[in-house]
Design a protein around this ligand. Structure first.
Ligand code: TYM
Length: 330
């Protein structure tokens, strides 16, 4: 049985990186895998969101999953905090996770910055909760963007060391599913920084909620350089912003980066940008429309989440029981 689990933080407006790095792949994978997708609200608590906003973001985030094409008759959608087994297993796993492994996590270093002493324990332990999310469902595969790769490697190590310590084949060691040129979408202003919700510059990202005019404006203002459009992809090696725009076009439209260079090579950037904006609008507009429609009846979204929580609890509780027995508390 092939099974996937993935999740997103309900931190507000989703962006093109979330779509290309994760959501788009979930939609196609749900036909080949038994699929579980969660809204990881417990992870979001590490940033102390406004409580009412967090609740709203969970519903909106789920509406984005649905609007992008996640089908609740094929996939299980649920809220992480609606399945208490996540936090319980996290504690059990924490007791088998050396601090040295967590000290390697680059995302913690980036988020805590120079103020590590003041960072909260939740932010530090964040990858152990993510491991619990995955291992509870015995997911064989985890579709994510490139930025989550290190957390997945840690999950694999935690699963292996637990199985070894307790001499049981209890947890499935999951494989990451990271594919396509959209696995690392960079910002539109600085091609060396990933597109992110936390970037203060609004023009650095395409939000899934942006309307056609906003998308066109942001693409028009996206940073490029003074050299003409490259004729081959190799020529973009030191042109991260250009490379990023080509990758975005490629992921949305299907042509390979090399084909795109052959087509636009030597031309003016404005011609390429116009086409890129048109492709973005073509793909994102229908998703936005569906989202806005879904948000007219949030009760429908709540119902899907309630049904999903029931299915998720059933599976998660059975793995938690096995883990509790293995360590001697079940
Ligand atoms: P989060 O909420 O930051 O991002 C959700 C998904 O979007 C992908 N992503 C990107 N992909 C390409 N380019 C980008 N610029 C970009 N920005 C975000 C992320 O890789 C991710 O797939 N820790 C996770 C959430 C999580 C999770 C899990 C994921 C919690 N438990 C279990 C998988 C399995 C996170 O913060 O993702």
């Amino acid at each position: 049985m092939k099974r996937i689990l993935s999740g997103m933080q309900p931190t507000g407006n989703l962006h093109l990186g979330n779509y290309l790095g994760a959501l788009k792949n979930w939609v196609s994978l749900q036909h080949q895998y038994e699929s579980f997708f969660c809204m990881v609200d417990l992870h979001a608590l590490t940033a102390h969101p406004n409580p009412a906003e967090l609740r709203r973001n969970v519903i909106e985030g789920t509406a984005w999953y649905l609007a992008a094409g996640v089908d609740p008759s094929k996939s299980t959608l649920f809220i992480q905090s609606a399945v208490p087994a996540h936090t319980e297993l996290m504690w059990i796993l924490s007791c088998s996770t050396p601090l040295g492994w967590l000290n390697r996590m680059t995302q913690f270093k980036e988020k805590a910055g120079t103020k590590q002493e003041g960072a909260n324990l939740g932010l530090y332990a964040y990858p152990v909760l993510m491991a619990a999310d995955i291992l509870l469902y015995k997911a064989t595969h985890v579709p994510v963007g490139e930025d989550q790769k290190q957390h997945l490697e840690l999950t694999r190590e935690i699963a292996q060391s637990f199985n070894h310590r307790y001499k049981k084949d209890l947890f499935v060691v999951p494989e990451p599913l990271i594919f396509g040129s959209g696995t690392r979408v960079m910002g539109l202003k600085d091609g060396t920084k990933k597109m992110s919700k936390s970037d203060a510059a609004e023009g650095s990202r395409l939000n899934l909620l942006d309307d056609a005019d906003t998308i066109m404006k942001k693409i028009r203002k996206a940073t490029t350089d003074t050299a003409p459009f490259p004729g081959t992809i190799e020529e973009t090696e030191n042109r991260p912003e250009v490379r990023n725009l080509i990758n975005i076009y490629s992921s949305l439209q299907g042509a390979s980066p090399q084909e795109i260079c052959h087509r636009f090579g030597g031309k003016n950037f404005s011609e390429f940008k116009q086409e890129l904006a048109a492709v973005c609008v073509e793909v994102l507009s229908p998703i936005r429309e569906r989202f806005l429609n879904l948000m007219k009846s949030p009760d429908h979204v709540e119902k899907i989440l309630a049904e999903g929580a029931e299915r998720a609890n059933n599976l998660a509780n059975s793995t938690l029981e096995e883990a509790k027995k293995a360590v001697g508390i079940g």
